[in-house]
Design a protein around this ligand. Sequence first.
Ligand SMILES: [Zn+2]
Length: 453
Amino acid sequence: MVAVLPWAPAQDPAADPAADPAAHPAELPEGDAAKARRPGAPGVRVVDVPDDAVLLPGLVDSHVHVNDPGRSEWEGFATALRAAAAGGVTTIVDMPLNSLPPTISPDALAVKVAAVGRPLVDVGFWGGAVPESLGHLRALRDAGVLGVKAFTSPSGVPEFPHLDEAEVDALMAECGQLDLLAVVHAEDPAHLAGDGALGVAYEPFLRSRPPRAEASAIARVLAAAERHGARVHVLHLSDAASLPLVRAARERGVRVTVETCPHYLSFDAAQIPDGATEFKCCPPIRDAANRDALWAAVASGEIDAVVSDHSPSTPDLKRRGGGDFGLAWGGISSLQVAFAATWTAARARGIDLATVVARCASGPARIAGLPDVGAIEVGARAHLVELAPEETWRVDAARLQHRNAVSAYHGAQLAGVVRRTWVAGEVVYDAGAPDPFSGARPGRLRGVAVTSV
Ligand SMILES: [Zn+2]
């Protein structure tokens, strides 16, 4: 296969790439421009993709906790964006919590933007809907967030309180009025066991967050969205038995999308060893039958997106209590491995690569409202990935790019090797180069007024 990419001349790294669009062909060409850029035409570089590889659109991960600023010892933009590029992810959308301040106001968003600097890949932001920011979401929207995130149960950090039922209703009323997307962590605290030690076995933790906690919260969130005509997105669905609620709401005309995560599609509860808190996340990884049902919905498209929910912490927090599932930090670091893990499991089930790419690229792009990424098409951002789909590799947590060497996938044999990643027509990652990261910073901030810092 041969790919023709617009030639991006070497640039002064201090120069603003947005300043001279002709020197920085960030979009796939169309019409006459495409003809003018045929192989052999001046200014055209031809890139060969070998027969054992395919060219994919850059992946979109709309659920990433970068934790920067404020908890950058958990994860930072420099390390997270390298993990993204190495995993074929060319656009991330950052979650509003676990960084300090949480992204709940335009001022906090400005602090976040300053922390990003010039990005390796494109970065967008979710804002935070907490009791304090309700009533002020217009300002957040106007500042450039792609939507707002709320929790229906405690978030895990004190500075990002959850919304009670009346506040969820108020959120949907405000979002409906603003036509602002609400993305929701849906677990009902009435069905969750309180905090505290649960021991090193996985089963008590799993029982502490039962499927009905998800179903109850999802039903409530959908009802509020329906009352107010709001657009809503269900984050990290773990409980497949909640899908009929989503289906029924869609049939009633509710504008709802839903995502799940690679860990729910890769693992099942029976596999999780005692004390292996790298598998702790909320909602939890459930049984194998549930996983099969999630896969059926991924294959059919009922689940719109598969995204990482990359949520790192320091190793000591992840191992707090000596591997006690009640005390350890909940969150799985998987930005770099998310696509390969999903493709590996899909392939074993006979689900094709095009379906996986749709869930990992165009699906999340649509949810985040970014129509120019997630597909290879005329006018789209020239974000591309060379993937060897049948080549396998073994995950070594210490060699992943994210900050702390903890991974639920450590030791896993995965199919799908990302060889090169392009952002806006520029190579940002080349696995075969002595330094795989080219040093280019062609990413853009999405939604916010600042396009480079
Ligand atoms: Zn999350």
